[in-house]
Design a protein around this ligand. Structure first.
Ligand SMILES: [Zn+2]
Length: 469
């Protein structure tokens, strides 16, 4: 069935100019605020370290129904295949060429570098975790560029301008490098990019506070605007609570989705925007799984049974995500992979505050190498997590939720320290070797698991779309 609205939506998205509107490119100055995951405010508060398990357990919660299984089929906005013959031809062509490995990372904060530093990601940068040359080296074919608004810098309605500026910066970069990058908005476009040896950029909004702070109905309209510009997931919260939901590190981590949050999830389903439960409270995650007509996923979270941190996901929710055909993309941040290491590392920083404070200040991608080196020198007995620790998170998610659940959610350029053996995206093959060593399904983890959730979300949007007359 042709979804005229979705086709129009894609046409608008593809033809829309870049850097237009309120949040014009390069309109915002960079500041010294640090990366999003290095959040000592949250973790140094002992009261905030533990998140209460939600009272009704997954097994006992009434009315939790399995989301309908959605069979992936043609993508939202793709031209319907009309004639039978071309289909056969296309399949024949595809049969003769092995499908390239699709490797998709669902969370990179490199977007801030585009907007604030005008970083040229088409060249190899001397710092940070991700750019096109290093993506090619590591074999990463697609990446969700995070649209993340720091609420401490862009409070309230300023958040909306910032979101638009970040989106515009991604679109401008893609438009300026048509031979190297494409803006992908569907699973099929991600596959097509890999076939044409171009990198696919996608976008996800991290925290619905990026929709500003006004009437929820206006914020939902803004979500539609972002979706037209190519945004394909929304992390319901960042570390802060918002009008839609409660965060794992917010003021009320035992609370979940609000009534407005249920409307948000419904609108995301209609728009074909994936529901992301990273950062949210356990209760919000359960509520979102129940409310969503499409599978939910976590764009950058690990397994709490391996790393006991509120940002990681407990087994009952992992299971529930698996049962509803969602995905959990594993965060590579050293302090989430091994929270005990994180505690020890922060203690070193407190103990030697003057020495750390004397280091040049700036964003995490320019400062973290020096900070990590200083920590190693001051506390050589500290052992940061390794690729094996990271592999443990993948293995645990696969064991508890199923092999079709784990996926890649690095948090590149959003975190200050990666596991040993992974300096940046070019080291991705080392992670794949670790997964192979554990007999995990690399192809599924690298891309197929996320592509399935994308396709299911697109199918849900088509089902929910009004029937064209
Ligand atoms: Zn995050």
């Amino acid at each position: 069935m042709i979804d005229a609205r979705a086709i129009a939506l894609v046409i608008v998205a593809l033809s829309a100019g870049v850097c237009g509107g309120i949040g014009a490119c390069g309109s915002t100055q960079s500041s010294e605020s640090s990366s999003e995951e290095v959040d000592p405010v949250v973790v140094t508060d002992p009261a905030a370290e533990r998140v209460e398990e939600p009272e009704p357990t997954l097994e006992t919660a009434p009315g939790v129904e399995t989301a309908p299984v959605v069979v992936a089929d043609p993508v939202v906005g793709a031209e319907p295949v009309v004639a039978a013959e071309p289909v056969v031809e296309a399949e024949t062509i595809e049969d003769t060429e092995p499908a390239p490995l699709v490797a998709i990372d669902t969370h990179s904060d490199t977007t801030q570098r585009l907007l604030d530093e005008h970083a040229d990601l088409s060249t190899r940068l001397s710092d940070g975790h991700l750019d096109l040359p290093r993506m090619r080296e590591g074999g990463l074919t697609a990446v969700f560029m995070s649209i993340w608004v720091d609420p401490r810098r862009f409070a309230g309605e300023a958040g909306w301008d910032r979101s638009r500026a970040l989106v515009a910066s991604v679109r401008a970069f893609v438009a300026a490098h048509p031979d190297d990058v494409v803006l992908a908005t569907t699973a099929e476009e991600v596959r097509a990019a890999a076939r044409s040896h171009r990198v696919a950029f996608l976008m996800g909004l991290e925290g619905a506070h990026g929709l500003g702070e006004t009437e929820p109905s206006v914020m939902l309209d803004r979500l539609g605007e972002l979706a037209r510009d190519g945004v394909r997931y929304v992390t319901i919260t960042w570390t802060n609570d918002n009008v839609f939901a409660h965060a794992s590190s917010g003021a009320h981590p035992s609370r979940g989705l609000t009534d407005a949050g249920r409307l948000l999830v419904a609108r995301m389903n209609e728009l074909g925007v994936m529901v992301d439960v990273s950062h949210v409270s356990d209760r919000t995650a359960l509520d979102a799984i129940e409310a969503s007509r499409a599978p939910v996923f976590a764009s950058h979270s690990g397994a709490r049974a391996i790393g006991d941190h509120p940002r990681n996901i407990p087994d009952p929710i992992l299971r529930r995500i698996g049962e509803t055909h969602g995905a959990v993309c594993i965060n590579y941040y050293a302090q989430f992979l091994d929270p005990a290491y994180g505690t020890a590392r922060r203690a070193v920083e407190r103990e030697h505050r003057a020495e750390f404070d004397a280091l040049p200040r700036g964003r995490s991608w320019t400062t973290s190498a020096a900070r990590n080196a200083l920590a190693r020198r001051l506390a050589p007995e500290l052992h940061p997590p390794t690729l094996r620790t990271l592999g443990e998170h993948f293995a645990h998610v696969a064991a508890v939720a199923g092999p079709e659940v784990p996926c890649l959610g690095s948090d590149f350029d959003g975190v200050g320290e990666l596991p040993r053996g992974m300096d940046d995206v070019s080291d991705l093959p080392a992670l794949f070797r670790e997964l192979e060593r554990r007999h995990l399904e690399v192809r599924a983890i690298a891309g197929e698991n996320v592509l399935r959730v994308m396709a299911a979300t697109e199918a849900t949007a088509r089902e929910l779309a009004p029937t064209p007359r």
